[in-house]
Design a protein around this ligand. Sequence first.
Ligand code: SF4
Length: 319
Amino acid sequence: MSAMKNIQICVNALRDTLKTVDARPENKGAILRAAAPIFAEFNLPPVRTLGAVNQSAKTAKGEKFNIDQYTVYLAPHSSSGAGNTCPAASAECIAACLNYAGRAAIEAKLTPSERRIMPARVARTVLYFASRPHFSAVLFNELQRAELKAAKAGARFFVRINGTSDISPRAMKVDGVNILDAFPNVSFFDYTKVYGRAALDMPSNYDMCFSWASTARAAEALELLRAGHSVAVPFADMGENGRVKLARAASLPSTFMGFPVIDGDKFDARPLDRSEGGAPAVGGYVVGLRVKRSTPAAERAAIDGGFFVTFERARYLLK
Ligand code: SF4
């Protein structure tokens, strides 16, 4: 039986099992305990938490700005076999996705039985597709605790539900109340490649940054910038050897398509861009991100597909 088909059977089995547990935040333990035998049967690790605070190298940077950032990492696009978490993903962004960067990239070289990060992301994604109400209940529980912990520590609290996915936060509901309305004092933010969602008016506690997909979709990015939104763009500063420079040696252009570029690598918490990240008080701006070096073939594919923007292409797009 194929792995994808197996995962679909796992999703269905988990959905059936969870029917016996109320989807309530206080039932987080009961939900995850009920799910554990199903995950074990399908060779997936148990889900212990959906998200964590300052877990990755990038979010850990926020610590020096007194930021506690809770982030959820799911399996991106259709990689889990359980469903598609990135409705607007392109072949180029999939190839260059952060899901395969950092510790996850190191882990990809291990045998399947030695891997921890990817299987954990798949298990969370299976839970999401098996039952959104149960996934939401666990998420609400974790946010309540993380918010309290940040308040006790005097830290500023931010939440990114889509560390490596692109789903609407409004899909997360308990008792019919979506997560943005349920936590009005929490600053949520996300990057999205879904143009329609980026163009929506969102509640004031949700910051949405449109994520550059390719030069073919440059017109969408320009329209959003003109309407005063932010757009995140991965810039490739090329070395003389034809490879992208290492991030620590790479620079960013000062403007792109006529809009100011800020250093998006300073911290991940986008809601602080205008107050502490150098973005203008009003109007559109570009969140510049230095692309991560990978293999020569992957870099070339991302550049040729228009996902990575070289400085040369940036100049051309100005015209
Ligand atoms: S949309 Fe974002 S998270 Fe999804 S595959 Fe593309 S880069 Fe990765």
